[in-house]
Design a protein around this ligand. Sequence first.
Ligand SMILES: CC(C)(COP(=O)(O)OP(=O)(O)OC[C@H]1O[C@@H](n2cnc3c(N)ncnc32)[C@H](O)[C@@H]1OP(=O)(O)O)[C@@H](O)C(=O)NCCC(=O)NCCS
Length: 220
Amino acid sequence: MSKKVVIIGGEGNGGVVASCIEDNRNRFGDTEWEVIGFINDFETEVDGYPVIGKLADIPKLLAETDYYFSWAIHLVGRSVKTMEMFNEVNIPDERLATIIHKSAFIGSKTEIGPGCMVMAGSYVGPLTKLGKCTFIMANCSIGHNVTTGPLCHCSVGTIMTGYSSLGVCADMAIGAACLAYVKVGDYAMVGARALATKDVPEKEIHVGTPAKLLKRVRED
Ligand SMILES: CC(C)(COP(=O)(O)OP(=O)(O)OC[C@H]1O[C@@H](n2cnc3c(N)ncnc32)[C@H](O)[C@@H]1OP(=O)(O)O)[C@@H](O)C(=O)NCCC(=O)NCCS
C-alpha cells in the first residue's frame, strides 16, 4: 500500500514534487508514495490536488499517523524566513517523506537525509551527504564527497564539484556552480548562472563569474 504524503507548498516546488511522485507511479510502477493533498495558506487547490489545510493545521494532521510530509517551500533570497517557517511546524524526522525520481542516480555510500527530494535526471555522487529536506531539482550534478546542510535548495542545473559544501538552508539558483572545496555559508546563495570560485560567507548572495557579492539575504 502506498504511503500518504502531504505536500507543504504551492504550484512551484510543490507541483514539482507531486509530478515526480505521479511519474514514478505511472511510468516506473513505483507506488511508494501517493499525494493526498497540499498544505497552503492561500489556495484551495494546487495543480488539481486539494488543499487540506494551512501551516497552522500541521499539528492536527500529524495526529493522522499514516500521513507523511514533504517540505516544498523555498523563498528565494529569504532562506532565514524559510528555516523559521520550517522550524515552527516541527515535523519529526520520521514523518518526512524522502522522494527520489526513478531516473536519478544516487552514488554508493551516499547519505540522503529525511525529507530530501531528488528530481529527474540528477546525479548525486558517492560519499555525498544531503542534509534533511535538501531539495535537488532536475538535471543537477552533485559531485562526490559533497555535503549539504538541512533545507538546502539546488535549482535546475546546479553543479556542485567534489568536496564542495552548502551550509544550513543555503541556496544554489538555476545553473549555479561551485568549484571543488568551495563552501557556501549558512543561508547564503549563489545566484543564477554564477560560478563560486571562493567561499561564500553566510547570508550573502553572490552572482557572476567568478561570483562576487551582490547583496545580503533578507532576514524578514
Ligand atoms: C540572486 C538573484 C535572486 C538576484 O536577483 P534580484 O534580486 O532580482 O537582483 P537585483 O534586483 O538586486 O539586481 C541587481 C543587479 O544585479 C544583476 N543581477 C541579478 N542577478 C544576477 C545574476 N544571477 N547574474 C548576474 N547579474 C545579476 C541585475 O541585473 C542588476 O543589475 P543592474 O543593477 O545593472 O540592473 C537572482 O539572480 C537569482 O538567482 N534568482 C533565482 C532564480 C532561481 O533559481 N529560481 C528558482 C527556480 S526553482
